[in-house]
Design a binder for this molecule. Structure first.
Ligand code: AMP
Ligand code: MG
Length: 469
């Protein structure tokens, strides 16, 4: 196998990482390999047996410079001064066929100096979950890290649920720079490293940016778009800690995330998110908290801290409007409006209110709206009719509302109960449900398998997701 590595992070000063190799596993067995993505990355495979050796960490491919990255982060609002890759190892970077620099990282590849009490491993369930959901997000058109490979390790690991089969995920990202990467150097009072990191992030992600404030502005813009995109498909990230918030604007870390079935603004799934801090409707607020942490770190680079604080504050204060704009654009498309006006937000909101009152299925109700059969989804027919009349009047002069809705309302999303069923089957050695989901989720807007669009039967409902990854 040839991976055309072109590493830049490994050339940064030692303070940024620890160089070390993955820990070998007993009996690597390839579960999934994303050959389309491999092709985009310029990876050439001649011996498929080598794929499981490389993407389990048993063989270091030529040109790799394996390392674990250092970072810190605010977790559930509290600062944790040292996190870092506790079970991930960056093999290196490639410049893909489109000219984009991308990280190739193993996750679940053994202990590192940042593992704290953890075993450095991942179990099969969350590995396949991340594989399916990250690829589904990509197919939905939402910026995300990607999944290149999943390999079973042949070793069992201990989790709360008992002994579980281990696996390694190979993740591809525009970079693994996080808000927490900036926080660690700001907190330690290392301005030289903070400056180096800032220059690196600008060169890699915002080549036009003129300095730290411009970087902050760029990250805020990308993240505002991202959170609106999540909300437009009913996605709840579940653990929006600053170490899981990228500088690139890609979704990262699919631990306890979930797509919601019946709509509720307050929906939360993660079993460790007891206060529902990261609930569906609270995500914009949490994003602003995260961007404020990035701002706080970047301010340290300025001599005139008061002026920097003022400028950074203005950037953060612009975020509610940015998020609302992005939200309006996304949700207007979902009801067939190409160029929304500010007052369209009311029309959208009243539709969401009706959905919430009835606990209507988020995905299927919007999809039914594109198909003209949304009335069947509501118990209060009169209220729906009143809304529908307003809606029809509004879209009557839109050129092609149906086409707009079709491109904004997916039919199939990775539903939680299907994820659980897929994991159960995979643990028992049956990858057919995994393959089936991967096929259906590749074309979410032109469904091929409508059975997967069904919400869970009462007995199938999965009310919580677990971080026991
Ligand atoms: P996460 O919640 O997955 O973003 O992880 C938060 C932090 O815990 C990161 O620094 C991870 O690398 C670390 N971590 C999570 N699981 C493990 C594990 N099994 N072993 C070692 N470190 C872990
Ligand atoms: Mg993380």
């Amino acid at each position: 196998m040839h991976i055309p590595f072109d590493n830049s992070y490994a050339a940064l000063p030692d303070a940024f990482y620890t160089k070390l190799s993955p820990t070998s596993v007993k009996a690597p067995k390839l579960l999934a390999f994303n050959k389309y993505l491999a092709k985009v990355l310029g990876i050439e495979v001649d011996d498929i047996a080598e794929v499981s050796r490389v993407f389990s960490g048993n063989k270091i491919p030529q040109g790799a410079e394996p390392l674990a990255q250092l970072y810190a982060g605010h977790q559930f609002g509290n600062f944790n001064q040292q996190l870092g890759d506790g079970r991930a190892i960056l093999l290196g970077e490639v410049i893909d066929t489109k000219g984009l620099r991308r990280d190739v990282q193993l996750k679940g590849s053994g202990r590192t100096p940042y593992s704290r009490g953890g075993d450095g491993r991942a179990w099969l369930g969350p590995v396949l979950r991340e594989y399916v959901i990250s690829e589904a997000m990509h197919a939905l058109g939402i910026p995300t890290t990607r999944a290149l490979a999943a390999v079973a390790t042949g070793e069992d690991i201990l989790r709360e649920e008992g002994m579980l089969p281990g696996a390694v995920l190979t993740r591809v990202a525009s970079s693994h720079l996080r808000v927490g990467t900036f926080e660690v150097f700001a907190h330690r009072g290392q301005p030289a490293e903070l400056q180096t990191l800032t220059d690196y992030a600008i060169a890699r992600h915002f080549p036009g940016a003129t300095g730290p404030m411009d970087l902050l502005r760029g990250v805020c813009e990308k993240q505002a778009e991202l959170v609106a995109a999540w909300m437009s498909v009913g996605f709840i990230h579940g653990v929006m800690n600053t170490d899981n918030c990228t500088i690139s604007g890609e979704t990262i870390d699919y631990g306890p995330c979930a797509f919601m079935d019946d709509f509720h603004m307050g929906r939360a799934f993660s079993s460790i998110d007891r206060q529902a801090r990261y609930a569906y409707g609270n995500q914009p607020n949490m994003l602003m908290f995260n961007m404020a942490q990035l701002a706080t770190a970047l301010i340290q680079l300025f001599e005139d801290k008061d002026a920097a604080l003022e400028e950074a504050t203005a950037i953060i204060h612009a975020m509610p409007e940015q998020i609302e704009d992005a939200w309006l654009r996304r949700f207007a498309a979902k009801i067939g409006i190409a160029k929304p006006q500010v007052k369209d937000a009311e029309l959208i909101q009243s539709f969401l209110d009706l959905m919430q009152k009835d606990g209507a299925d988020f995905t299927n109700t919007f999809h039914a709206l594109s198909g003209g059969s949304a009335q069947d989804r509501f118990t209060d027919r009169d209220a729906y009719q009143a809304w529908s009349q307003q809606h029809l009047a509004r879209i009557s002069n839109e050129p092609d509302p149906r086409a707009i809705m079709n491109s904004a309302n997916p039919a199939v999303i990775p539903r939680n109960h299907r994820m659980e069923q897929m994991i159960k089957a995979a643990v028992a050695g049956d990858l057919a449900p995994f393959e089936r989901l991967m096929t259906a989720l590749a074309t979410p807007y032109t469904p091929t398998d409508m059975d997967l669009a069904k919400p869970p039967a009462p007995s199938e409902i999965v009310p919580a997701t677990f971080c026991g990854t």
